[in-house]
Design a protein. Structure first.
Length: 179
């Protein structure tokens, strides 16, 4: 009987295909959120998304963010210069009240590569309460304390010259040689 019913179902004519319609957006979001359940017994919960609210282009938040982005870019460009004015500008921004600008100033100080920044970085670390910022400053100081390539090469040359002393001939003793 099982084989007959199988034949009977397979001999049916396929029905006409229905017109495909795209599901509403809410169903699509729900299907992605519920596709992979966490366990066999747990049913996934549908996700709800908050609508994105547009911030007016001339809002104070956007103006401030544009200023911060611009200043961060300027600081990173100044880090590529090798002049005292750029260095001073970077060091002044370590005291900026905006944390994003301070982070950029720390990064710029490292890129600038001057050990003269270490006392100012130490001072900045003592004025902040932010633990992450203190860690970033400590890492910057540690990096700036590393010897430069030219210092390492000079040290290696000095060690090599000390190791390569002229070879002297062994002293001859005044003993008579017997053959």
């Amino acid at each position: 009987m099982g084989a007959l019913s199988l034949l009977r179902y397979s001999s049916r004519q396929p029905s006409q295909p229905k017109q495909l319609q795209s599901p509403p957006a809410a169903e699509v979001q729900h299907s992605f959120a519920t596709k992979m359940p966490n366990s066999d017994t747990e049913r996934p919960k549908p996700t709800t998304r908050k609508p994105i609210t547009a911030v007016p282009e001339d809002s104070p938040e956007q103006k401030h963010q544009a200023y911060v982005d611009s200043r961060v870019s300027e600081l990173l460009e100044l880090a590529m210069n090798d002049d005292p004015a750029s260095f001073e500008t970077i060091m002044r921004e370590l005291e900026n009240r905006d944390p994003a600008i301070r982070r950029a100033a720390i990064e710029a100080a490292v890129q600038f590569g001057s050990r003269d920044a270490i006392p100012r970085l130490t001072d900045a670390a003592s004025h902040t309460d932010n633990a992450d910022e203190k860690v970033q400053i400590a890492e910057a100081i540690e990096f700036l304390q590393l010897p430069s390539l030219s210092e390492t090469l000079a040290q290696n040359r000095a060690q090599d010259q000390g190791a390569k002393r002229p070879i002297t001939k062994p002293s001859t003793s005044k003993q008579s040689k017997t053959w």
